[in-house]
Design a protein around this ligand. Structure first.
Ligand code: PMP
Length: 340
């Protein structure tokens, strides 16, 4: 029998999907790791599981204990679902700017949701810092422990990708992978996968795909953390070198405008049936840039981070898109005339 023993064993081992149009346009084989097929519909299920397992192993979290985290949403969804499966409660601090769909999902999964204004990391009221203080407070009163998941600087996050995502990509491509590219939220996916792949073949090229509003493109090209512009993408766009990003072996960096990324998201849905969030568009755009830089014949892997329905009210909303000066997919406004 081929059975996954509970939700935890259903995380990971996602398929690699060949992206037909990106491959045809570049003469490369461009593959998307289908992380939207995880039980929580995002790549962050992997980090959530490793962070919880690590806290349990260190004795900080006992059955009935509480997991506290500041998150753009997907990590919180992963923590809430894995928490339910393993007997922990979750308290999630989220910037109020994040999509309603992610907040709704967190509430329906039973997480206690704390919405805070979106302010910069340097501000003590930033969602990450609020979650850290909340965890400290709860740890004083919770008999079974309360932990701060601290996904940005807790390297149990990238360990998930060192132990699972990277080796899966290596095995699924039978070692043929020649490049890996993705965007950074915490950096866990990029750094962990990169480390696992470089360890197996140091010639594999690693690239960052950065949205506007993030500072890492500037950091990896000039050594200076500097950002310009902004992006509608959620879950990515980092302004500092997190603990997870430290020592990440990055060879190339690209900055991707939203207009390029959202057009890719719409094309993937219209022509290939893949319903994805905005960060996947940044990633596939990055894969196309890396493919062009490396030349035809290479196998480039990127990450299809999360499911598109999570952004129905924004990325797939003509009013929102028009406000942001972004392309609007024709089918969203198509009307059917019924015969009399
Ligand atoms: N895409 C989405 C939609 C995400 O939620 C995240 C995580 N915040 C990422 C990409 C980036 O992943 P990581 O935190 O591993 O850098």
């Amino acid at each position: 029998m081929n059975i996954r023993n509970g939700l935890v064993e259903a995380i990971g081992n996602t398929p690699l999907i060949k992206l037909q149009r990106a491959s045809a346009a570049t003469g490369c084989t461009i593959l998307g790791k289908a992380e939207f097929l995880n039980p929580g519909q995002s790549v962050k299920d992997r980090a959530a599981l490793f962070i919880i397992k690590d806290a349990v192993a260190r004795g900080e979290l006992r059955p009935g204990g509480v997991i506290v985290e500041g998150t753009a949403g997907n990590t919180g969804i992963g923590l809430a679902l894995v928490g339910n499966a393993l007997g922990f409660r979750s308290v999630i601090v989220i910037p109020e700017t994040q999509s309603q769909e992610k907040k709704d999902m967190l509430r329906l999964a039973g997480a206690t949701l704390v919405e805070v204004p979106a302010v910069a990391y340097a501000n003590p009221n930033n969602y990450v810092k609020v979650s850290g203080r909340l965890a400290e407070e709860l740890a004083k009163s919770e008999p079974n422990g309360a932990i701060w998941a601290n996904q940005f600087d807790n390297v149990a996050n990238r360990q998930a990708h060192i132990e699972t995502t990277g080796p899966e990509i290596w095995d699924q491509t039978e070692g043929e992978v020649s490049g890996f590219v993705c965007a950074v939220g915490t950096g866990g996916t990029l750094a962990g996968t990169a480390m696992a792949l470089k360890e197996r073949n140091s010639r594999i090229q690693i690239a960052l795909a950065d949205p506007f509003g993030a500072a890492l493109y500037s950091y990896y090209t000039t050594g200076e953390l500097k950002s310009e512009g902004s992006s509608i993408t959620e879950g990515i766009g980092q302004g500092r070198i997190t603990e997870n990003l430290k020592d990440a072996p990055i060879d190339h960096a690209y900055r991707i405008p939203d207009a390029e990324a959202v057009q890719i998201v719409f094309d993937l849905l219209e022509h290939e049936g893949l319903c994805l969030g905005g960060s996947s568009g940044i990633n596939v755009a990055g894969a196309i840039h890396l493919a062009k830089e490396l030349g035809p014949g290479h196998t480039i892997v990127t990450v299809l981070c999360d499911y598109g329905t999570r952004y129905q009210s924004k990325l797939f909303n003509p009013t929102f898109l028009r406000e942001k000066g972004l392309p609007v997919p024709g089918w969203l406004e198509r009307k059917v005339e019924l015969p009399n």
